[in-house]
Write a protein that binds this ligand. Sequence first.
Ligand code: PNS
Length: 160
Amino acid sequence: MRAVCPGSFDPITHGHVDIIGRAAALFGDVIVAVGRNSAKNYLFDTDERVELARAATAQVDGVRVEVLSGLLVDFCRSRDAGYVVKGLRFASDFDFELQMAHINRSLTGLETVLLPASSQWGTLSSTMVREVASLGGDVGAFVPALVAERIQQKRKSNDG
Ligand code: PNS
């Protein structure tokens, strides 16, 4: 069975990689769909977010990364994927994901599977990672090494 893990991944964190790996173990075939949420300003552009997601999931069998443009339901239908998998950390995630799950199921019958985040990454977010990094903190514990490196480079080029 094929599932899609959609998100902004700005940048991909250990929490995302954990959910993607667990989705791959459940479904066998996972597409990580790197999308754009019109309400968000991004640190990394789409190509960078895709590149970092590819590097971060390169060791996970059955996973590939693509750009998501347009509606998630259309993306899933065109790739013959009947399931979306998303991670849940706290109640505010649930409120948002429930709305998305309902609208996506109403549109095409696309099912959503919500996986509780592993306790280790239970409150980690890309937003926090960006905040810590922008103020000069070390994000090495929260993101894959290449992501930490790229954040550092971006900071330096923005400062300079
Ligand atoms: O990690 P994020 O920022 O919550 O990811 C959001 C994303 C890109 C997955 C979401 O905005 C999305 O699915 N966009 C595609 C457009 C769509 O289908 N929206 C849902 C119906 S309103």
